[in-house]
Design a protein around this ligand. Sequence first.
Ligand code: ATP
Length: 576
Amino acid sequence: MWFKDFCDRLLSLESTSKRLEMIDILSALFSKTVKEEVNPIVNFVQEQLLPPFYDVQLGIADRMAEKSIALAYQKSQKKIEEEYSKLGDMGEVAEKECTSKEGNDLSVKEVYDRLLQIARISGEGSVDQKITQLAEILKACSPTEAKFLMRFIMGKLRLGVGEATIMEALSKAKTGNREFKKKIERAFNLCSDLGYVSDVLYSKGKEGIENFNISAMKPIRPALAERASSSEEIISRMGKCAIDQKLDGFRAQVHKNGQEIKVFSRNLENITHFMPEVVNEIKKMKYDSFILDSEALTYDENTGVLYPFQITIQRKRKHNIEEVSQDLPLRLFVFDIMFLNGNSMIDLPYSERRKEIDHLFSDTDTIAKTKMIVTDDPNKIDKFFDSALESGLEGIVAKRLESVYSAGARNFNWIKMKRSYKSKLNDTIDLVILGYFKGRGHRANFGIGAVLGGVYDPESDTFKTLTKVGSGFSEEQFKELYKLLNDIKVDSKPARVDSILQPDVWTVPKYVITVKADEITRSPTHTAGMKDGIGYALRFPRAMTFIRQDKKAEDSNTVKDIIEMYKQQKSVKVKS
Ligand code: ATP
């Protein structure tokens, strides 16, 4: 496919605000796509060169982009800088300055491969090489191609197309209806690489997707937990079940393949370099290949006491990791296994997977198994829960003994019960920022008075509004937020956002914050859970964290979570 034709489709995508139209445009695009180019096209539409866990970045910032445009079109860099500060969109700058009317017949695959090459340039002189190679591509572009190319490079394509929308469009293009999306989704959940999955779909057909399997070094999308507020509720849903400690660190999915070890975060980023001591320990294990699910926490070496999340997360921010690991050692608490010696384990019952973990290793300071009991007695659960809290843990996770590992899904195979659920809405809520309202009074100095917060609705692949959040941020955070949000602002409501309120500035749904609120109430103002004109909203929300680096927009709480929390809030008797 010519890059020009692909850009024309991007123009149509950009101009629609309806998800169903997006699916039609994409499925028409995928129908015209051949197997060699489907992986690049799916990645382009996802606004990435490759999924984050490949660690491949273009590494082209504003100044470099300006230099490339200047070089390609023989303009002074000063002029390009001025244009950019006037237009605020590197794509528009390139479109305006582009000297060729028609371009030079670039194919999508060629552009993609050349960008990959640029991303792989490293070492001395790499900045100049990147600038020159990008200028070469720009020279061969038409104005529209130059616009989309530069927007892509700057991470500002802003098509707003979600994974679910792409999967539906792929299903429609290859099978004529949306039914096959479920199978595509299953494959995606097993490798987190939609470009690769579409490649398999195009080269091996439906059968390739139906037989798709896990492989080491490609992260599995993590299983997630539903919530319950009493041990009776757990037993009534699960009967006899496993009760695991719930530790409050960060999720770590460990992959071993021979001597190669990789660790992925909840967000599926490669975090191997944060944990050298874990890598050493895993290398020693006798099994050739496996994938483990675990929670990583730092601890006090002298007392053995586990540190809270806020301290553990500091490890991720430090650069001198070898030194930090002396002061802030890390322990991995393993609670699941998804792959062993070349075989997928995810369809085995949890009770059997757990036995395999016991066979795999003996606990050390660096890697241990979570403590677990099996019971059908609510009193025993309460005792386990209380002792977990006494040891400073967050609570428990109950696991259905016969359950499969539900990659990428939140369901009642896992049920979490935290200290906070015992009282009226004390649980935190993860919101995605959808836009902001300008500040008034002294808030005018920060540029932002409140952000519009929403939750995800996986069924419609849209974001629904739940609340405005104007408190909990420090002055510094407001200022930083203003900068970050302006960087992702869009002219009108993004296609996947469903809102009655109209913020002063709309943004791409990207950043997640954690908030606490007094209560969930019913409201006609917000679209989360809206039925017959009444939705849900938060009362007195305040931000508990700044932006959560470990979560993306779709990892915010869901509409279903909010309805569930609302019901629990009503059924829980507040202790006096
Ligand atoms: P939370 O903020 O409650 O951790 P979350 O949205 O990050 O919520 P959930 O699915 O709601 O994720 O809760 C499960 C999380 O709890 C997992 O992502 C994992 O990081 C953590 N966890 C800690 N201990 C366990 C355990 N024994 N089994 C499963 N998950 C655990």
